[in-house]
Ligand binder design. Structure first.
Ligand SMILES: [Zn+2]
Length: 386
């Protein structure tokens, strides 16, 4: 599935309404995949075209593809629901020496900057490996390596879809969302997050785990290999938190309905950028985590900025102010409208985590060509409930 897994805390109908208000004659914009953390996120998105300058033939084509998407959306949704309940079988990986991933952990921006300045050669080597992996003029290509989740040699599949144009006329793939393993069907970001959670951040099989999604391979893999895994999706603002529909649990991460100290570990993969109030979500995570429990987040993170970049802001009355051009990511619960991206996170996120009741808030960086973790510099965030 090419759509990125994003599960927001805001009703998509509200986003669509805001879009219609801004561009009354324009249908909702199509899912847009964000670029890797090393790129300038603000250039990777733009307002949707009004279409007035399009040739009639192209306009008809766009219109018919949007109609097709609307027809296909319920089918995608049913497929997501059906597969959400199918655990992904397979042996549990050892992440032994052969597939061990080296990570670099930083608890502040100055610490990262010192490391970056002292390791220019290493970072340049990574960038060379990224460039060498791109097949010139090929929209789809493979990279041979080893999937640490499957513990098997595979050919990771990438495309240049949603990549970023370079000054030389080429396209840099969105590495974060590429490098699909043909066996486990997980991409760079998800495979790395699961490996780091187990190998580096103490995720063990007897823990009570909450993951902020229920669609997708990451959740299915966790369900298959860990004893107690609770997942949820944001289904509709009218639904009661904790209620179920076809076995899918509805939760708003800003106000989780679980009892305090319910979980040992929370995993959240590219959700917080879609939540109107991410501080409320962090407080909610802290409340339902046990003392000493772990939080692992993947979010669009800008390593070069301290301040979180606010792209859109929801007011108390539900109105959304668009501060930067609208950016919408793929959303399996709403493939047509996608999920609005409210922000790209900066290093201030570590301070917010501490204010919300966490300690040891850390940004981890990784790169490993052989394991299919390309894209300089990829990151994730971890913290411990104080
Ligand atoms: Zn795999």
């Amino acid at each position: 599935m090419l759509l990125r897994l994003c599960h927001g805390g805001v009703g998509s109908e509200k986003i669509a309404e805001q879009q219609r208000r801004l561009w009354p004659r324009t249908p909702p914009i199509r899912p847009h995949k964000s670029n890797s953390v090393a790129t300038d996120w603000s250039t990777a998105c733009s307002k949707p075209s009004r279409g007035s300058g399009m040739p009639a033939k192209l306009r008809r084509l766009v219109k018919s593809s949007k109609l097709l998407m609307r027809v296909a959306a319920p089918i995608f949704r049913l497929k997501s629901i059906a597969f959400a309940h199918v655990p992904m079988r397979g042996k549990f990986p050892h992440f032994s020496t052969d597939t061990r991933l080296e990570c670099y952990a930083f608890d502040s921006m100055p610490e990262f900057e010192r490391w970056r300045d002292a390791n220019g050669d290493l970072i340049e080597t990574w960038r060379c490996e990224d460039r060498a992996a791109i097949a010139p003029s090929q929209p789809a290509f493979t990279t041979d390596g080893v999937c640490a989740i499957c513990e098997l040699p595979v050919s990771f599949v990438s495309t240049t879809e949603y990549g970023q144009a370079t000054s030389s006329g080429g396209v840099t793939p969105n590495w974060r969302e590429q490098l699909l393993c043909p066996r486990c069907h997980m991409r760079n970001r998800m495979r790395a997050a699961l490996q780091i959670a187990v190998q580096q951040c103490g995720l063990s099989r007897d823990m009570q785990i909450y993951v902020t999604e229920q669609f997708g391979e990451g959740y299915r893999w966790l369900r298959a290999h860990f004893k107690e895994v609770e997942g949820s999706e944001y289904l509709s603002p009218s639904r009661k938190p904790g209620s179920r529909r076809l076995g899918i649990v509805h939760q708003d991460v800003q106000a989780l309905s679980y009892a305090p100290q319910s979980f040992d570990y929370i995993l959240s993969f590219d959700v917080l950028e879609h939540v109107p109030n991410h501080i409320a979500a962090l407080e909610s995570f802290a409340r339902v985590l046990k003392t000493g429990g772990k939080l692992l987040l993947t979010v669009p993170f800008t390593l070069e900025k301290y301040d979180t970049t606010v792209r859109a802001q929801m007011q108390a009355d539900g109105h959304i102010d668009y501060i930067l051009p609208i950016e919408v990511h793929g959303n399996p619960t709403d493939p047509v409208n996608g999920a609005l991206c409210y922000r790209h996170f900066g290093w201030d996120t570590l301070d917010r985590l501490v204010e919300c009741g966490f300690a040891d808030a850390t940004v981890m960086i990784y790169h490993d060509r052989r394991l299919g973790y390309l894209g300089s510099l990829q990151s994730l965030i971890t913290a411990t409930k104080a």
